[in-house]
Design a protein around this ligand. Structure first.
Ligand code: CA
Length: 225
C-alpha cells in the first residue's frame, strides 16, 4: 500500500518513512509543495500525509487543487498546534483528518489505519488460497499450517498478488504498488523477488500457486487460467 508524505522537515519525513515502512507501507516523500502536488496527481496513492506549511505550495493549496482535479485520495493534514482550532474549515477544503504537531507515531498510525480502513480489502485480515493462509495484520504466512518466513518486500508482493487472485499482474503494476519511487527500474528486482517467493511458497508442493504468464506477468491462484 503506497503512501505519499509531503513534508519539508527532513527529520519528520524520515521518521515517518522509517516507521511506516516497518508497518509494511510503501512510502514516497516530497519535500516541496509543487513536487508533492505533481506526485499526488500522477501516482496512485492510497493516502497522503500533508504538511500545512510548505515551500512552493501550501498544504491547503495542494489539497484544494487535488480536489479540483477530482483526485479523492484521503488526506491527513499535519499542522502546528495553533494553526487550526477550526476543524470545520479544514474539512471544508477537502482534508479527511488532521493531526497537530508534535504527535506520537502511534497516534498517527491509528489515524492512518482509520483512513485506510474504508476500502474492502483492508477489512479481510485473513486471505486463504488453497492451503496458503495470509494474515495481513500480523504479517504471518502459512502453508499446510507451517509458517513461512518472508522478507517485507516478499510479503508485500504476496499480498498484492493475493488481493488480485487469479488475475495476471504485470511487473509494472507490481513496481507501482509495491516499490517506492527510488527503485531502479532497470533492475531485475521483481523477477528476483518472485523467484525467492516461489521457492518459499511452492517448492516441494504438489499444487503450485505462483504462476508466470509469459510476456504478461504473474498470477497467484490454484491453476493457470
Ligand atoms: Ca513545514
Amino acid at each position: 500500500m503506497r503512501i505519499l508524505v509531503i513534508e519539508d522537515e527532513k527529520c519528520i519525513s524520515e521518521i515517518l518513512k522509517e516507521n511506516l515502512q516497518k508497518e509494511n507501507y510503501v512510502v514516497d516523500i516530497a519535500d516541496e509543495g509543487m513536487k508533492g502536488l505533481l506526485l499526488a496527481c500522477s501516482n496512485n496513492y492510497r493516502l497522503i500525509l500533508l504538511d500545512y506549511n510548505l515551500p512552493g505550495l501550501s498544504g491547503k493549496q495542494i489539497c484544494q487543487e487535488m480536489r479540483k482535479q477530482k483526485i479523492n485520495t484521503p488526506i491527513l493534514m499535519l499542522t502546528a498546534r495553533s494553526q487550526f482550532d477550526d476543524k470545520i474549515e479544514m474539512l471544508n477544503f477537502g482534508v479527511d483528518d488532521y493531526l497537530a504537531k508534535p504527535f506520537l507515531f502511534a497516534e498517527l498510525l491509528a489515524r492512518v489505519r482509520a483512513l485506510l480502513r474504508r476500502p474492502k480489502e483492508i477489512e479481510s485480515e485473513i486471505i486463504k488460497i488453497s492451503d496458503l493462509v495470509i494474515e495481513t495484520n500480523s504479517f504471518k504466512v502459512k502453508r499446510h499450517g507451517k509458517e513461512i518466513y518472508l522478507t517485507s518486500k516478499e510479503f508485500l508482493i504476496l499480498i498484492y498478488l493475493a488481493r488480485n487472485m487469479d488475475k495476471i499482474v504485470s511487473p509494472e503494476t507490481l513496481m507501482e504498488n509495491v516499490w517506492d519511487m527510488n527503485v531502479n527500474l532497470f533492475s531485475k528486482t521483481v523477477k528476483t523477488h518472485i523467484m525467492n517467493l516461489r521457492i518459499k511458497i511452492d517448492k516441494n508442493q504438489r499444487n503450485k500457486l505462483i504462476h508466470t504468464v509469459k510476456g504478461e506477468g504473474y498470477m497467484l491462484g490454484l491453476k493457470r487460467s
